[in-house]
Design a binder for this molecule. Structure first.
Ligand code: PLP
Length: 425
């Protein structure tokens, strides 16, 4: 598979442009060379930044030394990891020593909960929310099955938590409060600073899944009382399969993976060097692009959302429109099923999600929208559109052509199929 990255008129790198067909026959058949996709699914994953690819490649070729080796060829690799750690720390506003590299966001979330449960065997209680990603939600279910207990705090119709309820849920047996910073489906932001304060007052570990937040809004952990935070490279234009866990330097930590002394004995296993280097570069690029993410990306999302609302009647925005990520728009189109809309959009090469990517193919309405008390038919009609810094205004224009046409076609089809058959005599 060969891809070339085109430069746009403004000098901004655009989405991947396929110059030769895929060598895999089953993929080649479905992808026309040179064809462009309209990628509005940046909460599922993001395009690799070319600067990131450039920086990681030498660590897949020439610099293959083991960072734990004592000779120069290993030490050079160690230095590259150290630089990555500094870059991630700079993005988060914390010390480099507080960053632990992991294999993904899921591992980072699992490691935090696992550590808190290991630290004090008398504390087997977890407080979490009803709208967490499966990386937390399913892990908490497992904690319950293994003899722990979990309190799940609900949200209101706008997707917000009741902080008093959350505080009441914390008991002397609580090991950890784990609450996501931004919701992956609606983009709704939780007030993690306040939650961290509540947890600190109650002397309970506070972990936040910031996998959708990092790189999208400014973060300064040095000014907050968060004990741990999870991030994932592939949500910020880095590669899949690498993440990081921030662990506050004053917080004790028990590792999930046990073995070698890598990552200062907080995560055993030979480091995924190229990916860690890539995450470092992605963090550096994200820090440089933060202002853009908050202005150009937000403006694009808003033009898209207002444009859809104007053109498609009976469309609803799910989640608080004010307190949310600048890139996410979750819309319900009355009278359609999101799985059918996904297929229609896909024909026009528009990529978005029905709720969350992990649920695609499932007919169950999103647990996030159910928690928000969104009526089931509206929840099943929900689509998530998420923008990123490689999107262009042209993507918005195309989406505003494709979506109204597809939705009115789907509505016409469902109206036709709902018409009673003429009686036969
Ligand atoms: N948490 C949130 C909020 C996410 O959006 C995701 C990915 O979609 C994850 C956790 C899992 O991250 P990863 O794919 O790196 O394991």
């Amino acid at each position: 598979m060969t891809r070339s990255i085109r430069e746009t008129r403004r000098g901004r790198r655009s989405k991947p442009h396929f110059t030769t067909p895929f060598s895999l026959p089953q993929l080649g058949a479905s992808m026309i060379p040179g064809e462009e996709i309209i990628y509005l699914d940046n909460n599922a994953t993001t395009q690799l930044d070319p600067a990131v690819i450039e920086e990681m490649l030498p660590f897949l070729t020439n610099f293959y030394g083991n960072p734990s080796s004592g000779y120069m060829f290993g030490r050079q690799v160690r230095q590259a990891i150290d630089l990555a750690r500094e870059r991630v720390a700079a993005l988060l506003g914390c010390d480099p020593g507080e960053i632990v590299f992991t294999s993904c966001g899921t591992e980072s979330n699992n490691a935090a909960v696992n550590s808190a449960l290991q630290l004090d065997p008398n504390r087997r209680h977890v407080v979490t929310t009803a709208v967490e990603h499966s990386a937390t939600r399913v892990h908490c279910e497992t904690v319950s099955k293994r003899g722990g207990s979990v309190t799940v705090v609900g949200v209101n119709a706008e997707g917000h938590l009741d902080l008093d309820e959350l505080e009441r849920a914390i008991t002397p047996q609580t090991a950890i409060v784990t609450v996501m910073w931004a919701n992956n489906e609606t983009g709704v932001l939780f007030p993690v600073e306040k939650i961290a304060e509540i947890a600190r007052r109650k002397r309970v570990w506070f972990h936040t899944d910031a996998i959708q937040t990092v790189g999208k809004i400014p973060i300064r952990l040095a000014d907050m009382t968060i004990n741990s935070l999870a991030l994932s490279a592939h949500k910020l234009h880095g590669p899949k399969g690498v993440g990081a866990l921030y662990v506050n330097k004053r917080s004790a930590f028990k590792p999930l993976l046990i073995g070698g002394s890598q990552e200062n004995s907080r995560r055993a296993g030979t480091e995924n060097v190229a990916s860690i280097v890539a995450l470092g570069k992605a963090a550096e690029c994200a820090a440089a692009a933060l202002a853009e993410e908050n202005s150009r990306v937000r403006a694009m999302r808003d033009r898209f959302e207002n444009g859809v609302l104007e053109r498609v009647p009976d469309t609803f925005v799910n989640g608080d429109r004010a307190e949310r990520l600048p890139n996410t728009s979750n819309l319900s189109f009355a009278g359609i099923e999101s799985d059918a809309a996904l297929i229609m959009f896909d024909r026009d090469r528009l990529c978005c999600s029905a709720g969350s990517a992990c649920r695609t193919g499932s007919i169950e309405a999103s647990h996030v929208l159910r928690a928000m008390n969104v009526p089931p038919e509206r929840a099943r009609a929900s689509m998530r559109f998420s923008f990123g810094r490689f999107n262009t205004e042209k993507d918005v224009d195309k989406a505003l052509e494709i979506i109204p046409a597809a939705i009115s076609k789907l509505r016409a089809m469902s109206a036709a199929s709902a018409k009673p058959e003429p009686a036969t005599v």
